[in-house]
Design a protein around this ligand. Structure first.
Ligand code: XLS
Ligand code: MG
Length: 344
């Protein structure tokens, strides 16, 4: 029995279209996904603003809230909560050169409008978390922006969100690159520094995605541990990643099982979830996946998390202590490998 509560986003089940080719699977409706997520045992749904309110740009503020209320009814029907709302600030013609740190004043205002609307939607859905995946915040051409000014623009934008709503919490999801070349806020360390620079650091924390840490050349379990030590780990996006390439969003644990084990280990050891935090998945099916297997990567990821939780519960801390005292790290490492391989 898992101690965790799990969350997932509707974008985690998709038709397989990518930068190089069209859709290969049938599009599944929003409500069908939600129904299936509930059946699979998820407790909460993660949203982009336009997952909840499609065509958001064409609607008035009141219309947006009304649309969000309809989504809340669907969530209630399946006894699901909303975990967070994330403004999708990378798809729009207004955010080609970034959002909060766009070189255009008008486009920066648009980014704030979408952020305020995301907060409105979160309120309608009954959640208090906004996630900022800063997809296009940074530079494509290094000399096009000052990294000093851009960093200050990010802090200013977050301050405005904190002022707009006195209850809302902002979770930055750091990523070092892609689609941007050089990002401004690439790791948990950056997130904490930005948090400290805002008008209310107690309301600014982080969401760590495994693949993003790997892309930064870091071990996700240490990024998780660093944020936990600072009480700033407010969500996770578990997935996997084969080295330094495009963001793959592979099923959790399929690429580096020991690294996955250590992510679950640090979460379990620190009682992650005790304040209502969810274990979020952010995984994509392989493009070759056929229609009937549209949810298999999610099922696999859930099963791997739960199996690793059992491995953590079996972990022999006395033996670990003995190994550490003897400085027998070879022995400790082999113990972990045997545990993971199921060799007694
Ligand atoms: C993409 C991000 C995205 C966020 C939500 O790499 O992980 O899925 O989690 O905006
Ligand atoms: Mg993510």
């Amino acid at each position: 029995m898992s101690k965790f509560k799990f969350s997932v986003g509707p974008w985690n089940v998709h038709d397989g279209a990518d930068t190089y080719g069209p859709a290969v699977r049938t599009t599944i409706s929003f409500e069908d996904k939600i129904k299936k997520f509930a059946e699979m045992g998820f407790s909460a749904i993660q949203f982009h603003d336009d997952d909840a309110v499609p065509n958001i740009n064409e609607l008035t503020e009141e219309e947006i809230k009304a649309e969000a209320r309809k989504v809340k009814e669907i969530l209630d029907k399946y006894h699901l909560a909303a975990e967070f709302v994330a403004p999708r600030l990378w798809m729009d013609p207004h955010t080609i050169d970034g959002a909060y740190m766009s070189t255009s004043e008008k486009d920066r205002q648009f980014a704030m409008w979408r952020s305020y609307r995301s907060i409105d939607i979160a309120n309608e859905l009954g959640c208090d978390k906004i996630v900022l995946w800063l997809a296009r915040e940074g530079t494509l051409c290094a000399e096009s922006k000052s990294p000093v000014e851009a960093t200050k623009q990010l802090v200013d934008a977050i301050n405005k969100m904190l002022q707009y709503d006195s209850k809302i919490k902002i979770l930055i999801e750091p990523k070092p690159n892609e689609p941007i070349d050089r990002s401004i806020c690439g790791t948990m360390g950056h997130v904490l520094a930005v948090s400290a620079a805002t008008i209310d650091p107690s309301r600014v924390g982080g969401l760590l995605e495994s693949a993003h840490a790997v892309l930064a050349g870091l071990d996700p379990s240490h990024e998780i541990g660093f944020a936990l030590a600072m009480n700033k780990l407010w969500s996770v996006h578990l997935n996997d990643q084969n080295g330094l390439k495009f963001d793959q969003d592979k099923s959790f644990g399929v690429e580096n099982l020991r690294q996955a084990f250590n992510q679950i280990k640090v979460l379990v050891e620190n009682n992650y979830g005790a304040n209502g935090e969810y274990v979020g998945l952010d995984v994509k099916a392989m493009r070759s996946t056929i229609d009937k297997d549209s949810y298999k990567h999610l099922e696999n990821s859930l099963n791997i998390v739960k199996a690793l939780e059992e491995k953590v519960n079996k972990f022999d801390y006395d033996y670990q202590k003995q190994c550490v005292e003897r400085r027998d790290f070879e022995g400790l490492e082999m113990y972990v490998m045997k545990l993971l391989m199921g060799i007694e």
